[in-house]
Design a protein around this ligand. Structure first.
Ligand code: DX5
Ligand code: ZN
Length: 232
């Protein structure tokens, strides 16, 4: 069974002074989700945007808003993001002691729940979580900044997570986040990813370039192969 490839531009690389316009522009350019990166200067060494900004952009798009929380503690902020209009909320397995409870809470709030693995975290961390999540996110850079290079060792992890997902028989998205562009996207797709986050490579060149940038990452076919190709 082939899977459609979804592109989720990270608005971390958008023009923050014109966020409403930027969100509408990526929608018109063919984006599937809006990726919303939240950083706290504690779990990651950078500070970005919070629920107030989410609430402000919500009326500007009908696309699902995919919130990536890079914060600790995380549980106390879940309600605020759900109320501000998040459709999906992903949390790091490294960010708190009670990831299972956090995932349950996200679902209780009516959002799709994702769990995120940092580059140094093994796929094995999913053993007792996979049956309860709607998405797994493999970080292909260390979180905290846009514009970093794709860490190729993560391709093996994407393959391993794809095998775990397929074994469940459930529809679980496999998202890859960091350093995705027209060159690395096919590698991530071949390894088993079906949702690609891209900040720098989406917003490069300004609004006139967004549609071409997104199409280049989705690839000519726009679907994942039935069997992922093992990474070299
Ligand atoms: C990294 C963020 C990513 C990142 C993507 O901490 O989670 O979503 O901003 O940016 P690019 O595509 O520039 O690597
Ligand atoms: Zn992200």
């Amino acid at each position: 069974m082939s899977r459609p490839i979804l592109i989720a531009p990270s608005i971390l690389s958008a023009d923050f002074a014109r966020l409403g316009d930027e969100v509408r522009a990526i929608g018109a350019a063919g984006a599937d989700w809006v990726h919303f990166d939240v950083m706290d200067g504690h779990f990651v060494p950078n500070i970005s945007i919070g629920p107030g900004v989410l609430k402000a952009i919500r009326p500007h798009t009908t696309l699902p808003i995919d919130v990536h929380l890079m914060i600790a503690p995380v549980d106390v902020y879940l309600d605020a993001f759900a109320q501000a209009g998040a459709d999906r909320i992903s949390v790091h397995v490294e960010a708190g002691p009670h990831i299972h409870r956090t995932v349950q809470r996200i679902r209780d709030l009516g959002c799709k729940a994702g769990v995120v693995l940092n580059p140094g975290t093994p796929a094995k961390m999913l053993d007792y979580l996979i049956d309860d999540v709607d998405m797994v996110v493999v970080m292909s850079v260390n979180p905290g900044f846009g514009g970093q290079s794709f860490i190729t060792s993560q391709l093996r992890k994407i393959e391993a997570v794809r095998r775990m997902i397929d074994k469940t028989g459930r529809e679980i998205h496999l998202q890859v986040d960091g350093g995705i562009d027209a060159e690395t996207a096919p590698l991530a797709i071949a390894a088993g990813a079906d949702v690609l986050v891209a900040g720098t490579a989406t917003f490069r060149g300004g609004p006139g370039a967004y549609a071409g940038n997104i199409a280049a990452m989705r690839g000519p076919v726009g679907v994942a192969p039935a069997e992922p190709t093992p990474a070299a």
